[in-house]
Design a protein. Structure first.
Length: 145
C-alpha cells in the first residue's frame, strides 16, 4: 500500500513539473535569444493544436475609448415588449417592401398577408386568416394589400 501511495505522490510531482515547464515556455520573455523564441513559438503552436484551440489572432488595434454619455432610457415598462414590437415593425416594413417590388413587376396577386408571434415569440406569416391558430388571432397584424 505504501508503494502505491508513493507512486501516486511521484506521479503528482511529475505532472506538477510538467505544468511548470509548460507555463515557463509560454510566458518566459525570450530576451532576444532566437533559439528560445523558436522553442516558445513551437510549443505554443503545438499546445494549441493538441488541445484543439483556435489559432492565435493578433490583438485588434486599440481604439480610443468613447466618451461616456448617459443614454436616454425608453419610457416603457417592459423592454422585451419594445424589442418584439421593433421586430414586428421591421418584418412588416420588409414584407411591404417585398410586396411593392413584386407589384411593380406585375407578379403580385394583391392578397392580404397576416403576421403574428407564436408561443416562442417567433414571427410567423400566414396567407389566410384561417391558417392562424386561434390562440394567436387576437394579436394578428395585416400586411400588404
Amino acid at each position: 500500500m505504501k508503494r502505491v501511495l508513493m507512486g501516486f505522490v511521484w506521479l503528482g510531482v511529475f505532472v506538477f513539473l510538467l505544468l511548470v515547464l509548460d507555463q515557463v515556455l509560454l510566458r518566459y520573455p525570450s530576451f532576444e535569444q532566437p533559439f528560445l523564441h523558436d522553442v516558445q513559438r513551437f510549443h505554443a503552436d503545438f499546445r494549441r493544436r493538441l488541445l484543439g484551440l483556435p489559432p492565435e489572432q493578433p490583438p485588434p488595434p486599440a481604439k480610443p475609448a468613447p466618451a461616456l454619455r448617459p443614454t436616454p432610457r425608453p419610457e416603457v415598462d417592459t423592454p422585451a415588449a419594445t424589442h418584439v414590437d421593433a421586430l414586428v415593425e421591421r418584418e412588416i416594413a420588409r414584407v411591404k417592401q417585398q410586396a411593392t417590388s413584386t407589384s411593380k413587376g406585375g407578379t403580385g396577386d394583391g392578397s392580404l398577408r397576416y403576421i403574428y408571434l407564436d408561443a416562442e415569440h417567433n414571427i410567423q406569416f400566414a396567407e389566410r386568416y384561417e391558417e392562424i391558430p386561434p390562440q394567436f388571432r387576437d394579436a394578428v397584424q395585416v400586411v400588404g394589400e
